[in-house]
Design a binder for this molecule. Structure first.
Ligand SMILES: [Zn+2]
Length: 440
């Protein structure tokens, strides 16, 4: 099975762990094999099975922090994170894909004998969440509890062995955000100003007019941005332009794959503008410490979730036990927040930067962009209920060249799973078991 893993993820794993050279040149056959369509549905291998080598995948929770014992505690932890997923809607396949990939990397690092902490969770503040809750007739709190639980259930069904599930509505998180804000303020990097501009409610950010499409539409959401004017607090991002440029040129591994590094470098080169880190019109958020009429911008709030993987109640405590993270694994749409805003915020607060930000591509279905309006979304819950977690995990890790966009089609899925998991591995397993039974 190992030899059949897509060489791209092997290369990535090797990159993430320079001490381990993965030299296997796996062949990545894309030939379709003629198995019956129904085979996969009746196969015993469609049932979910945990990998035997994973010592801490029993319950999610904090098992992997505790089960290793004293010796492991002495080792430096390999901390990796998924994004904290926005709870405006139920989990989609893109979120599941990032988390499956993060879990595969976490398992690989554990095989190398490392203490691993996989941090995942949900981002629960902001206007879009308040609106989504109201549309369902729920309070924002009720809505966040429901959707956050949907993520936890899906991670369980997909056999994700996370170490910590962060929720940004947790009072411990709020305390850490306020402490971080105070540090940045003390460093002279927060100021008050009027702001008027075009705002995308779905991105929850002001947009630069030159990056918008026709009719002032957001390039991500394809919906018109609205003119908005308010008093905000700003973060002095422009002050960090030179430092960011130097960081990226001296450490090109900070953003991976390399073509995303080029993208980030060109954004920075085009000139960084200060950005607004508070909202006067949004009630559902953490109040700005020195001005209760405003709430902290949802990204400024959520990014701090990465620094609190052990459930600490102070920033200092959080930083002294596991920060900085070795890897932030994200989708390419949130690269700017992680590779530009976040490192500048950390520099301002006097904290170390994570070692790497890896931006993977998007998933398409039958060669087309997925979307509710197109009616072609891929529901991860349905997929895992129908085929089992091993099949879902295997397909996406093997078929999507890690870092690039990748496509799902049901025919391809069934062919791959039949050919590799059911036929090759399944037959090998049967022959092996048969031999053991008959030689006793
Ligand atoms: Zn948008």
């Amino acid at each position: 099975m190992a030899a059949r893993l897509n060489h791209s993820i092997q290369n990535t794993l090797s990159l993430l762990n320079p001490l381990c050279s993965v030299t296997t040149k796996a062949t990545h056959s894309r030939n379709r094999l003629p198995f019956r369509r129904s085979f996969v549905l009746s196969s015993a291998y469609s049932k979910s099975r945990r990998a035997l080598f994973c010592s801490c995948a029993t319950s999610g929770g904090t098992a992997d922090l505790q089960s290793d014992g004293g010796e492991a505690a002495a080792r430096e932890a390999f901390v990796l994170t998924t994004p904290l997923y926005y709870v405006n809607a139920a989990p989609h396949m893109g979120s599941a894909y990032t988390t499956i990939a993060a879990d595969a990397i976490a398992r690989f690092q554990r095989l190398l004998g490392k203490k691993v902490i996989l941090v995942t969770g949900t981002d629960e503040h902001g206007e879009k969440i308040a609106t989504a809750a109201a549309a369902c007739g729920e309070s924002p709190n009720e809505h966040c509890d429901i959707v956050s639980q949907q993520y936890k259930s899906l991670w369980k069904d997909l056999d994700i062995s996370y170490g910590k599930f962060i929720r940004t509505t947790d009072p411990k998180h709020e305390a850490i955000v306020k402490e971080f804000y105070a540090r940045v303020l003390a460093n002279g990097d927060i100021y008050h100003a009027d702001y008027e501009g075009l705002y995308c409610v779905n991105c929850e950010e002001y947009k630069d007019e030159k990056e918008l499409l026709e009719n002032k539409c957001c390039p991500v959401h394809l919906k018109p941005c609205i003119q908005r004017k308010e008093e905000n607090y700003f973060f002095a991002l422009s002050k960090y332009q030179k430092k960011l440029e130097e960081t990226l040129s001296s450490n090109p591994n900070f953003v991976q794959p390399s073509y995303r590094l080029n993208e980030v470098q060109s954004w920075i080169k085009s000139g960084l503008k200060d950005f607004s880190i508070s909202r006067a019109s949004v009630e559902w958020g953490i109040p700005v410490p020195n001005d209760k009429r405003q709430t902290i911008y949802v990204w400024f709030d959520a990014l701090l979730g990465y620094a609190e993987e052990n459930g600490q109640t102070s920033l200092q405590e959080a930083v002294s036990s596991g920060w900085p993270a070795a890897l932030h694994l994200i989708g390419k749409d949130i690269l700017r927040f992680h590779a530009v805003y976040w490192p500048a915020m950390l520099m301002s607060a006097g904290l170390d930067l994570p070692k790497m930000v890896f931006g993977h591509g998007f998933l398409t279905k039958d060669g087309m962009k997925m979307g509710k309006s197109l009616g072609n979304t891929l529901e991860p819950n349905e997929l895992v209920q129908k085929f089992g977690s091993d099949a879902v995990r295997y397909f996406f890790l093997r078929e999507v060249e890690f870092g690039n966009d990748g496509d799902y089609s049901e025919d391809r899925f069934i062919n791959i799973v039949n050919a590799h998991l059911a036929n090759t591995i399944g037959n090998l397993n049967c022959k092996y078991c048969h031999r053991i039974c008959t030689t006793r």
